[in-house]
Design a protein around this ligand. Structure first.
Ligand code: THU
Length: 141
């Protein structure tokens, strides 16, 4: 795995979290995704009054990256917590099951997921550990 700047990703996730639309849960999430190209794509959660229609921050970031032609990824940073204010601090936020499945489509087992409270306080997980035995139509994961 190539070295990359975790703090830069955390900063980007904190910044985009300010744009999260989460009036129903009060759980504001930002995600910053590093593609193998070196570019960073960001996304926030976008809720809806019809609750299942809402989407997570990670999938927003992936959708932006994939729509720009990216297909390979190194790491994603997630920043979120339920405090009804995207400007307040975060707890370690882990990706939901749907996002884990979504990521297995594009990422290897060593893809890193950084759950960050802030630039100094974060933990790193690998997709292969969070999603063992993932369903795949094609071999690869
Ligand atoms: N959410 C994310 O955006 N990412 C996660 O990793 C966990 C959950 C969002 C979905 C919903 O808008 C809110 O957080 C509460 O579940």
């Amino acid at each position: 795995m190539a070295e990359y700047d975790k703090k830069e990703l955390i900063k980007a996730a904190i910044e985009v979290r300010k744009n999260a639309y989460a009036p129903y849960s009060g759980f504001y999430v930002g995600a910053a995704l590093l593609a193998e190209s070196g570019k960073v794509y960001t996304g926030a959660n976008v809720e809806n009054c019809s609750f299942p229609v809402g989407t997570c921050a990670e999938r927003s970031a992936f959708a932006a990256a994939i729509s720009s032609g990216e297909r390979k990824f190194t790491a994603v940073c997630i920043v979120g917590e339920k405090n009804n204010n995207p400007l307040l601090g975060a707890d370690y936020c882990m990706p939901c099951g749907m996002c884990r499945q979504f990521m297995t489509e594009f990422c290897d087992k060593d893809f890193e997921i950084i759950s960050a409270k802030n630039e100094e306080d974060y933990k790193v997980s690998r997709l292969g550990d969070l999603m063992p035995g993932a369903f795949m139509l094609f071999a690869g994961f």
